[in-house]
Design a binder for this molecule. Structure first.
Ligand code: ADP
Ligand code: MG
Length: 803
């Protein structure tokens, strides 16, 4: 009951928005006649005028109707297509910062031009993010003529570009690019040594196409820049020697093959690590400063206690090769990450591979939340509405299709996998005999290969060459989202009479399937329509209902006839992995439709909640890391741009002195005069007379700090006088930048290790994030303290050779 009400409330809100958009869309359409009369020059001049107005402060909302109308006119002239009301409504929703759900083939690419043209007028840059290179280039190339008529420039960011071309592309009014490259450019920009080297101009407005792929599926996937770490084999071998000598009482393995040291194990390992000089006498593995060491200890423990030779991995060519758990096949070239592979190599006495480490990393979630305004479009969004809202603060609006959808959707739940396969083959043969094109969906690459093998066993033949156009003689093509451009080509042909195509969810994304084929003549189209349009066969349900929808959505585009049928079975993984109770199969008959619907929904709900929770958890960690990252990048930018380097250096020096006083001359305990003397010499290169405090230790400590500061300041002033301020500042700036990058990359590694190890502590779920935050903060403070100490130590020592 409550659910139904909530559902209606949501619909009501959406309805109201749609009604408003419809009214606006009508006004925009009514401008068509006027704009049709404008000369090319007048069209462009008007846009330039509007751009001036926006610069002068006119809000986009005031001019959006006119800009949309101008963009429609440009589209008409450049592409001979007037954006239809559904597209105008979609663009209005995008302008409002929504996720616009528009079905496949509705023309999202063109829809985007309306809102991009509008936001381009701010002069702050518009980023259109796509899931791959192919789509970025295709869409930019396709829409450039429209933008050109409006006097707006278009750029593309692809993987292989150098910085100069990137900078140029970002300077354009509208920049298309792969989502991941936008993120990488942000990371790389924050490692540059001068503002002039950066490529991005800022993060004003981003439009994410195929939003579900980027903002949901890959949301938590870190975009990481790696750098070589060099040879650390000694380190791995030393840890390996420690772990190899442990007794079974030193560790425990739980039912999920997770391993942890026992208390006895901790003391043993700590003792041995101290002997090896890997752990300082005064610290333990539990100290936050030891997090990376602990991480490698745990990895080595996994290598020894959990992973078994000839089951999990084999030794081939004197190296460690991982074995696929499902197929039992060795997978040369694949490596375990996070130091586990090196731990295994140490265990087996193999040569230890060079390691890379994270220089900087960010997730899509965190990156796209940086934009002042974010919008997205996709064919299927409603099922993820909650997640878009919770994570990105975006509302989902489902835009009604331009033409009525007449696709027929069915779903059958078979008792057994064998029964399911028979039904799939029957449907395929039936469609093929009538020349109806068929798209068969597989949940994974392995499944699509298995399907291909099944077809081949039944007298079908796989078409490999793209040129092989003979689709009539029981042949099929297989796509698996590896070669975007080639797959786009094949999928564009998937609507040809008699074509049979097996594809995974991501394959050929962004390309719509036209009935009859890509450049179909009327006869081919008519033949396919007579055969019932495209038939989509699902070979199991996906963990996520959205994936089912995506597959179905390939058929019935723009009011075309079409049909979709899902064949699943009680033995399918999406059911068995969901841990819901399933009725005992009756070998002969499919499950009753009402029961089947309920089961499928329940299993998908279970999976969806699980993955949502996981992503939300990741985001919480990432939000904490992002706060540090931003603070860090701020500091770095200040140094890079040379804002008052001397003042900063003085502050860092004074704080370093305070740190030393706090540590060695705390009021609560007797002063550690020897320690302080040593530290002042080694950090500051100064020799200071230190006497024990007589009366008031606090006042004495302050006086001492003052004294040391004054000495250090004099020393620095002397240096500046001798080498000149500008040279001193320049050297200092370079040192600070190098240090800051080094420290941040170490910090990134440590945060990553902390993220992975925090689960070992078996904390109650609600405490995990709080604990992470606390420890991450402690690590941050330590890093900043290291930074000021090292900068100070360097500044006190810097000198130049006499010429
Ligand atoms: P989507 O991304 O929504 O799946 P596309 O942007 O790839 O759809 O467009 C699908 C097809 O519809 C393209 O061939 C495009 O040229 C066509 N199309 C889009 N909008 C219009 C329009 N207003 N008038 C005519 N054809 C259109
Ligand atoms: Mg598209």
């Amino acid at each position: 009951m409550i659910l139904r009400l909530a559902g209606r409330a949501l619909n009501f809100g959406t309805r109201r928005k749609l009604t408003r958009y419809e009214t606006t869309a009508r006004r925009i359409l009514s401008l068509e006649a006027d704009h049709r009369r404008l000369s090319a020059g007048a069209l462009r001049d008007r846009v330039a005028e509007l751009r001036q107005q926006v610069r002068a402060g006119t809000p986009l909302d005031e001019i959006k109707e006119e800009v949309f109308a101008l963009a429609r006119e440009a589209s008409h002239r450049a592409l001979n297509q007037y954006p239809v009301p559904a597209q105008i409504i979609g663009a209005l929703a995008l302008h409002d910062g929504c996720i616009a759900e528009m079905k496949t083939g509705e023309g999202k690419t063109l829809t985007a031009t309306l809102v991009c043209a509008l936001h381009a007028l701010t002069g702050e840059g518009v980023h259109v993010a796509t899931p791959n290179d192919y789509l970025a280039e295709r869409d930019a190339g396709w829409m450039r003529p429209v933008y050109n008529l409006l006097g707006l420039s278009t750029g593309v960011i692809t993987q292989e570009m150098d910085d100069d071309s990137r900078r140029e592309a970002y300077r354009c009014d509208i920049t298309y690019g792969i989502a991941s490259e936008f993120g990488f450019d942000y990371l790389r920009d924050n490692m540059k040594f001068s503002a002039a080297e950066t490529v991005q101009r800022g993060h004003a407005f981003a439009l994410v196409d195929e939003a579900d792929a980027t903002l949901i599926d890959d949301a938590g996937m870190p975009l990481a820049l790696f750098g070589p770490l060099g040879d650390h084999s000694g380190f791995y071998q030393a840890i390996d020697a420690v772990i190899a000598s442990l007794q079974p009482s030193h560790y425990e393995i739980d039912s999920r093959r997770r391993v942890a040291l026992t208390e006895a194990g901790y003391s043993e390992v700590e003792q041995r690590l101290r002997e090896q000089g890997l752990l300082k006498a005064s610290t333990t593995l539990h100290d936050i400063g030891s997090i990376s060491l602990l991480h490698h200890v745990v990895q080595s423990l996994r290598a020894h206690a959990v992973l078994v030779r000839d089951r999990d991995y084999v030794i081939e060519n004197s190296g460690v090769t991982i074995v696929d758990r499902l197929t039992g096949r060795p997978m040369p070239g694949r490596r375990y990450d996070e130091g586990l592979h090196q731990a295994l190599e140490a265990k087996e006495g193999c040569a230890i591979g060079e390691e890379t480490h994270t220089l900087a990393a960010i997730t899509f979630q965190t990156y796209f939340r940086r934009y002042a305004r974010l919008a997205g479009m996709t064919g299927t969004a409603t099922a993820d509405a909650e997640e878009y809202n919770e994570i990105y603060g975006l509302d989902v609006i489902s835009i009604p299709t331009h033409r009525l959808m007449i696709r027929i959707d069915e779903s059958v739940l078979h008792a057994t996998a064998a029964g399911k396969m028979r039904a799939i083959l029957r449907d395929l043969e039936d469609a093929a005999s009538r020349g109806q094109p068929v798209l068969i969906g597989a949940p994974s690459i392995e499944r699509s290969e298995a399907l291909a093998a099944m077809l081949e066993a039944n007298g079908w033949r796989q078409r490999h060459a793209q040129t092989e156009r003979d689709a009539t003689a029981r042949t099929f093509a297989v796509l698996n989202a590896k070669h975007h451009a080639r797959e786009a080509q094949i999928i564009a042909e998937a609507g040809a009479p008699g074509a049979v195509t097996i594809a995974t969810a991501m394959a050929g994304r962004g390309t719509d399937i036209r009935l009859g084929g890509e450049h179909a003549d009327e006869a081919a189209r008519a033949r396919v329509i007579a055969a019932g349009g495209l038939l989509v066969i699902g070979t199991t349900h996906h963990d996520h209902g959205r994936m089912d929808e995506q597959l179905r959505g390939r058929a019935g585009r723009q009011g075309d006839p079409g049909r979709s049928i899902f064949h699943a079975s009680l033995e399918d993984e999406f059911l068995t992995n969901a841990a819901i109770s399933v009725p005992r199969p009756d070998q002969n008959a499919p499950v009753a439709p009402a029961v089947a619907t309920r089961l499928i929904r329940a299993a998908q709900k279970r999976h969806e909640i699980r993955s949502f929770d996981r992503r939300l958890g990741l985001l919480r960690f990432d939000a904490i890391i992002q706060r540090q990252r931003e603070e860090f990048y701020d500091l770095r930018r200040n140094i890079r741009d040379g804002n008052d380097t001397l003042t900063l250096a003085t502050r860092l020096r004074h704080e370093t002195i305070d740190d030393l006083i706090d540590r060695f001359a705390a009021p609560a305990a007797p002063w550690d005069i020897a320690g302080l003397d040593h530290a002042v010499r080694s950090v500051l290169t100064l020799a200071v007379d230190i006497n024990p405090p007589s009366a008031d230790p606090k006042a004495a400590a302050q006086a001492l700090a003052q004294h040391i500061r004054a000495m250090a300041d004099r020393w620095i002033d002397g240096k500046i006088a001798c080498m000149g301020e500008s040279m001193f500042v320049d050297i200092l700036r370079r040192v600070m930048m190098a240090l800051i990058d080094h420290l941040w990359s170490e910090q990134s590694d440590r945060l990553d290790h902390l993220k992975r190890r925090i689960g070992d502590r078996r904390l109650p779920p609600h405490k995990v994030v709080a604990e992470f935050q606390l420890e991450a903060f402690a690590l941050f403070e330590r890093m900043i303290a290291d930074f000021r100490r090292e900068v100070t130590a360097y500044a006190m020592r810097v000198g130049i050779l006499p010429t």
